[in-house]
Design a protein around this ligand. Structure first.
Ligand SMILES: Cc1cc2nc3c(=O)[nH]c(=O)nc-3n(C[C@H](O)[C@H](O)[C@H](O)COP(=O)(O)OP(=O)(O)OC[C@H]3O[C@@H](n4cnc5c(N)ncnc54)[C@H](O)[C@@H]3O)c2cc1C
Length: 505
């Protein structure tokens, strides 16, 4: 580069931090403007009364992508973070069945055999989904800012394995017979905030990824990843400006020239990367300049569900409760359909995810105490639920359900501190459009070329990173979005770079 090109990044979430570390390492003059007083966005830490929680992500999958992002920033991840591969991966609690799925293939097959009577389906699942993953993963690493990408060899090779007309649950009929077994391999659609009866079958690669590559915890919590990324970005020369909300994009003749901060300052740049929630950014920061993503058009798009969160500080550790627990409603299909189709909540038959990380990590609570993280999938703001009026009863119902299903009847007596996040908070405090925590839904019509592009299609000098762009929501894919946009910018300025790809088929 003849002179250092200036890059502004709006938001220090996982997507923005990935780009900041990589682009600063490649010699760009990077400044991140973050509205909060700390980095991480939805992957931020939350501390109160001596307890430390992850606000959002608790499952790290495809750890190798994060390793590569650190390497592409000139660093070794082991100098920054300590990981633990979890075994068991998780406990699944059905109405009349409980299944602990080990990370060990033999133990896992024993458990499946004893609960569901055969393991042939599991072997078939691993074999076929590996083939799907192997052809799909290269497609997720590409940019779809040109329609011609559809005709490149990676996508042509993957096309027959996309099962475009099928959903995850239906596709699993190829491997499993019982509904509980199918749910054990499709509840992962919730990671995208979608229903297994609507989520495209291609996303069966998510349970495959869990079973093949394992699930990791980061010691100190997954928010440590954000803090480590902030450190690397700064070491590489990026500036991270906290408490600096962006008010609007400066757009002239169809090109983004920089940003106006809430404090009135104008900041100009050669390139601007948007990491703030995409739909929020279009409706609030782009204003009248966008024709393609107006409020009216956003209203027609499909969005993920939201979540109701409880962060409970306990005066004891429940050693009998595993790290990850998924409790399914008695009538799981109705629960899911109510959220996604009717935008209502079966509030007397909840599905709940509970994380009890203190059994593996003593950095999250004072000695002898623990933090219980509780996530309930709920409708986004397209539903008409008055969250203020139902918060107390929903909290109570959740605590009763967890006590019964995880066999910890005295739970309510051991809560000494707590915080709650509702869809209102996601929308109003975290700037998440309609509180849809997992962004634009991952329907066929909102994927690849049809998802907002990494090189943003509407304005010049503007790039997108994060869950609202390609490849989609979830930490590894968000890191990929940061890499894709950084590579596009680097190529534009003819900056040489080396990429890392550790996955061996
Ligand atoms: C409850 C929950 C659980 C999840 N669990 C998992 C999991 O287990 N595993 C997984 O892989 N993924 C999970 N995800 C999904 C996803 O990985 C995370 O949401 C991820 O943090 C999203 O990253 P992002 O970069 O898209 O955006 P964000 O994390 O939302 O970052 C955007 C940043 O932009 C900032 N910002 C917004 N507006 C402005 C403005 N005007 N000016 C300046 N800054 C602004 C925000 O403060 C934020 O820091 C979960 C998500 C949620 C919500």
């Amino acid at each position: 580069m003849s002179s250092k090109k200036k890059v502004i990044i709006i938001g220090a979430g996982p997507g923005g931090l990935t780009s900041a570390m990589i682009l600063a390492y490649r010699g760009f003059d990077v400044t991140v403007y973050e509205k909060d007083n700390k980095v991480g966005g939805r992957n931020q830490e939350m501390e109160f009364d001596g307890f430390k929680f992850d606000v959002g992500p608790t499952f790290l999958m495809m750890k190798f992508v994060l390793d590569e992002v650190f390497e592409e920033s000139g660093k070794n991840i082991d100098d920054y973070l300590k990981f633990k591969r979890l075994d068991p991966m998780y406990r699944l609690v059905f109405d009349s069945n409980t299944l602990d799925l080990s990370d060990n293939p033999n133990k896992k097959k024993e458990a499946l055999l004893s609960k569901f009577g055969n393991t042939d389906g599991y072997d078939k699942f691993l074999k076929r989904e590996k083939k799907r993953f192997d052809v799909m993963y290269p497609c997720l690493q590409k940019s779809y800012h040109r329609f011609a990408t559809y005709f490149e060899k990676e996508l042509i090779r993957a096309f027959p394995r996309l099962s475009l007309t099928r959903n995850m649950f239906g596709e699993l009929g190829k491997y499993f017979k019982s509904d509980d077994e199918k749910i054990s391999f499709t509840f992962q659609s919730k990671y995208l905030g979608m229903s297994p009866w609507e989520c495209p079958a291609a996303f069966l690669i998510i349970p495959y990824i869990e079973h093949h590559f394992g699930i990791y915890h980061v010691m100190g919590g997954l928010s440590e990843i954000s803090k480590a990324m902030e450190k690397v970005a700064k070491e590489n020369g990026a500036k991270i400006e906290l408490n600096k909300p962006v008010k609007e994009l400066i757009i002239e003749k169809g090109a983004v020239k920089g940003v106006v901060l809430e404090n009135g300052q104008k900041q100009l740049a050669d390139e601007t990367i948007i990491n703030a929630d995409f739909a929020y950014a279009m409706t609030k920061l782009a204003g009248k300049h966008t024709k393609k993503y107006t409020a009216k058009k956003m209203n027609k798009k499909k969005f993920s569900c939201s979540t109701f969160m409880l962060y409970l500080g306990l005066d004891k550790i429940y050693k009998n409760v595993p790290h990850h627990n998924i409790i399914f409603s008695k009538d799981y299909k109705t629960y899911v359909n109510n959220i996604f189709r009717k935008h209502t909540l079966s509030d007397k038959d909840l599905s709940i995810y509970v994380r009890n990380a203190s059994i593996n990590d003593d950095q999250l609570a004072p000695a002898g105490k623990s933090g219980l993280y509780v996530l309930i999938p709920v409708p986004n703001h397209r539903g008409k639920i008055d969250w203020k009026s139902i918060t107390a009863s929903l909290r109570q119902e959740a605590i009763n359900t967890i006590s019964n299903k995880l066999n910890i009847p005295d739970l309510k007596n051991h809560i000494e501190a707590e915080k709650i996040i509702t869809p209102d908070d996601w929308q109003n405090k975290h700037n998440v459009y309609i509180g849809a925590t997992f962004n634009l839904a991952h329907t066929i019509s909102q994927m690849l070329y049809m998802r907002p592009h990494n090189k943003f299609e509407e304005f010049e000098n503007c790039y997108l990173v994060g869950g609202g762009t390609h490849p989609g929501s979830g930490l590894p894919t968000i890191y990929e979005s940061g890499r894709i946009s950084s590579n596009l910018i680097s190529r534009k300025y003819k900056v040489q770079f080396e990429t890392k790809n550790h996955y061996v088929k």
